[in-house]
Design a protein around this ligand. Structure first.
Ligand code: TPP
Ligand code: SF4
Ligand code: MG
Length: 351
């Protein structure tokens, strides 16, 4: 319960990262979600990822909408900035915050209801504008918080807990993110922390719109036979295309792989992503091929996971708008109010 404070005691032998923080320094309040909810495993992966990349907690801003998934930022990164917005409006609030202060690292956390129903337009425009952020959808195929109605990502033909068949087509947010121009697109599973943690690390280090769809079973309302978002279904149909390792700070590759088995991609800040191929011919730098591959495998009932697409040298919204490098709250009066001569010049240019 949130009113039960977590003990601040850290065991003296807990491993520290390069900044001297332990994993505990990246935790938040005690979760109030149902025991076994997939969302709690995603929170644990976020804590692990931030610890491993040595992120300074005060440099991150976490934003969410409304839903069980959107409650989770309370349960990690207790020392970071946070904003719990209105249902489906996280992307526009995040975009505004990012434009005002580009010096922070932005993490958007949302649900399938929050992003694929009420917030679909918001999701779409944040992706196509290349807002510099890591955007995670905790996808359980239902509105968990309001007692398990089908969400827009529920697959056609899947069944509710009471046996009702969903006749509507499911929205695939990964396919949408690819079509909309996101420069980092991945899918993972809350039950696979080894796959999810490096994806979150890479997304936080990516410049541009980084999207991760995480299938995250709702054990209360969508974990039965007939659901395509249950633990059993995802375990049986999960097809990973690659396995990701993330090297921060130009650390050398230590694992030895046969030629052609590994693709390395360097991101703008020098982070090296090493992708061990699982599907032999999958190329994560080819957007069109990724879209075709996903559509084909989706039709076969597979849940394709891994880093599906990356554009390492992507431009973000700031590049496209030509904004100032400095956070707006650190600009001086003279810079913000340049005077009537400068205003007259701007007006003249518009005539
Ligand atoms: C404007 C508005 N409409 C509807 C609701 C009711 N509501 C709260 S959460 C939610 C859906 C949450 O589903 P999802 O985003 O998938 O999160 P989950 O609980 O499944 O993690 C809805 C419809 C609301 N809070 N605000
Ligand atoms: S209702 Fe579902 S999504 Fe919400 S906390 Fe419980 S298991 Fe998780
Ligand atoms: Mg949901």
């Amino acid at each position: 319960m949130t009113y039960i404070a977590k003990p601040v005691f850290h065991h003296p032998t807990l491993k520290e990262n390069a900044l001297g923080f332990t994993r505990r320094d990246y935790e938040g309040k005690v979760s109030t979600l149902c025991a076994g909810c997939g969302h709690d495993s995603i929170s644990a992966a976020i804590v692990q990822a931030c610890f491993e990349i040595g992120l300074e907690p005060h440099r991150l801003a976490k934003l969410s909408g409304i839903g069980c998934s959107s409650k989770t930022p309370d349960y990690f990164l207790g020392a970071s900035h946070g904003f719990n917005t209105v249902h489906g409006r996280m992307p526009s609030v995040l975009t505004g915050a990012n434009l005002a202060n580009r010096e922070l690292i932005y993490l958007g956390v949302s649900g399938d209801g929050d992003s694929a129903s009420i917030g679909l337009g918001q999701f779409a425009h944040a992706m196509r504008r290349g807002v510099n952020m890591a955007y995670i959808v905790e996808n359980n195929g239902v509105y968990g918080l309001t007692k398990g109605q089908f969400s827009a990502t529920a697959d056609r033909g899947s069944k509710s807990k009471k046996g009702v068949v969903n006749h509507d087509s499911g929205i695939d947010l990964v396919a949408m993110a690819l079509q909309l121009g996101a420069s980092f697109v991945a899918r993972s599973f809350s039950g696979d922390k080894d796959q999810l943690t490096p994806l979150i690390k890479a997304a936080l280090r990516h410049k541009g719109a980084a999207f991760i769809d995480v299938i995250s079973p709702c054990i209360a309302f969508n974990n039965h036979a007939g659901s395509t978002k249950s633990f059993d279904w995802v375990r049986e149909h999960n097809e990973a295309v690659n396995k990701l390792d993330v090297m921060v700070g130009r650390a050398p590759l230590t694992a030895q792989y046969a030629p052609g088995e590994v693709v390395t991609v360097e991101q703008h800040d020098g982070t090296v992503l090493s992708l061990r191929k699982v599907a032999a011919d999958y190329d994560p730098t080819d957007r069109t091929a990724a879209m075709a591959f996903l559509a084909e495998r989706n039709a076969m009932g597979e849940v394709v996971t891994g880093l599906l697409y990356i554009e390492p040298e992507a431009e973000d919204l700031h590049d496209n708008l030509g904004t100032v490098d400095t956070a707006l709250n650190r600009l001086s009066d003279a810079q913000l109010v340049p005077g009537s001569a400068a205003l007259a010049k701007v007006n003249a240019a518009l005539r």
